[in-house]
Write a protein that binds this ligand. Structure first.
Ligand code: UGA
Length: 439
């Protein structure tokens, strides 16, 4: 099929590359001319395992091409995926200006192309956005079109695998004709994976996406609250999570206690969903508590550090891990940034290391020294903080780490190590929701 993808951020570019990979003819568009140039030369604007290979595969076979022209994209495609950004306003509400502008542009282009087109919302948007897109397009268009909600559930770091092997495909549409078009788009994926497909109306599909992210964020804040109780009582949150997760109604995933969730999705989507519920006169207080708990994560970690070091001023701290999670260079809403800003505000000297996010981080954190590895970062440090659970950190040589540091104090925001190994290695080790180990 002829597919257009507008907005080549994480979701858009992965979607475009995967559609080309499964055999569609794809044109990807973005207003950022520099990004398009880069893509045409074969390099991707962010790190995502396997993406560069997929983009170059599509580009060399001719199945994937890039443009800055919306007009060209609308003309070339039968199905147009809307993947532009939906950032947060200060109030938490989703800012849909880019979606509206794109809908207006598509509408204008459709006034000269009268063939039937399907417009697909892939960006995460509040319920009822589909109706607004349709009104905006139809006001300007002569041609026939439908708007479908087809939310994505990919995770950064495993985006390609998630897209090619989805848990489910959700199609929210108001016409049978549009559903058939989307089924054709996903035919190769459905044939290969046999994954379940949920066909529903547009508003329900929009809500499936917001509810899924809000529920996952709730699981994380829930286990982080349990971790606080564990710290106050001497229990171990890791074992509580295992015991809970064995109940299939609860499930073991997303019960990993830590410094809190970050990234471009959960913080924004939970805030937008809570704001939408308030506007509808159905306040979703639970989500406000989820956000409040998450915001406490960096502060809880810093409290542990202050308890050990007393004042932070003049102390040298190794910050290990910057990205909001492993497998990505994405620093958006990364808990590490909040922790580091506070350390700097209190006069600490911070030396950081991340396996992939450092070039981006250098611009955001000009006052932080960047090291070329975890041991170099920890050299002469009063304490080391683990802020992202990269595998490289789990495999670090603990005796080398201890030798490099001024004091063997580790505050771990991701529970990377077992209490026993840290005890045996001679560290004072403060993790999340587990008893403290003291050297
Ligand atoms: C999330 C969802 O998992 C995807 O299904 C969804 O498609 C995506 O948002 C989106 O809306 O685009 P992502 O933000 O890439 O994906 O990352 P996750 O793997 O969900 O992790 C989010 C944050 O939660 C990370 O900071 C991670 O460290 C944290 N987390 C996750 C925990 O603290 N504990 C856990 O048990 C799991």
């Amino acid at each position: 099929m002829k597919i257009g993808v507008v907005g080549l951020g994480h979701v858009g570019l992965v979607t475009a590359a995967c559609f080309a990979h499964v055999g569609h003819d794809v044109i990807g568009a973005d207003v950022d001319g520099e990004k398009i140039e880069k893509l045409r030369l074969g390099s991707t604007p962010f790190f995502e395992p396997g993406l560069e290979e997929l983009v170059s595969e599509g580009s060399s076979s001719g199945a994937l091409r890039f443009t800055t022209s919306i007009e060209e994209t609308v003309k070339a495609a039968d199905v147009l995926f809307i993947c532009v950004g939906t950032p947060s306003k200060a109030s938490g509400e989703a800012d849909l200006l880019q979606v509206e502008r794109l809908a207006a542009d598509i509408g204008r282009c459709l006034s000269t192309h009268s063939e039937y087109k399907v417009l697909v919302e892939k960006s995460t948007v509040p319920v009822k956005t589909g109706e607004k897109i349709l009104t905006t397009v139809r006001r300007r268009a002569a041609g026939d079109c439908d708007v479908v909600s087809n939310p994505e559930f990919l995770r950064e770091g495993s985006a390609i695998r998630d897209t090619l092997n989805p848990d489910r495909i959700v199609i929210g549409a108001s016409s049978e004709r549009a559903v058939e078009v989307l089924k054709e788009v996903y035919r190769p994926t459905l044939e290969k994976t046999g994954c379940p497909i949920v066909v529903t109306d547009v508003s329900t599909a929009e809500l499936i996406k917001h509810s899924s992210n809000a529920f996952l964020a709730t699981k994380i804040s829930f286990i982080n609250s349990v971790a606080e109780i564990c710290e106050a009582t001497g229990a171990d949150v890791e074992t509580v999570a295992v015991g809970m997760g064995l109940d299939p109604r609860i499930g073991s995933q997303f019960l990993k206690a830590g410094v809190g969730y970050g990234g471009s999705c959960f913080p924004k989507d939970v805030a937008a969903f809570a704001s939408l519920a308030g506007k509808l006169g159905r306040p979703f207080h639970m989500l406000e508590a989820v956000q409040e708990m998450n915001e406490r994560g960096p502060a809880r970690l810093l409290d542990k550090l202050r308890n050990e070091l007393w004042h932070l001023e003049g102390k040298r701290i190794a910050a290990l891990g910057l990205a909001f999670k492993p497998g990505t260079d994405d620093l958006r809403d990364a808990p590490a940034l909040k922790v580091i800003s506070q350390l700097l505000a209190e006069g600490a000297e911070v030396v950081a290391y991340d396996p992939v996010a450092m070039s981006e981080a250098k611009q955001l954190l000009p006052d932080v020294q960047m090291a070329d590895g975890p041991i170099t970062a920890a050299n002469d440090a009063d304490a080391a903080l683990f802020l992202t659970e990269w595998q490289e950190f789990a495999e670090v040589d603990l005796s080398e780490l201890k030798q490099a540091m001024r004091f063997p104090i580790v505050v771990d925001g991701r529970n990377l190590f077992s209490l026993n190994e840290m005890r045996e290695a001679g560290f004072t080790y403060l993790s999340v929701g587990r008893p403290a180990v003291r050297a």
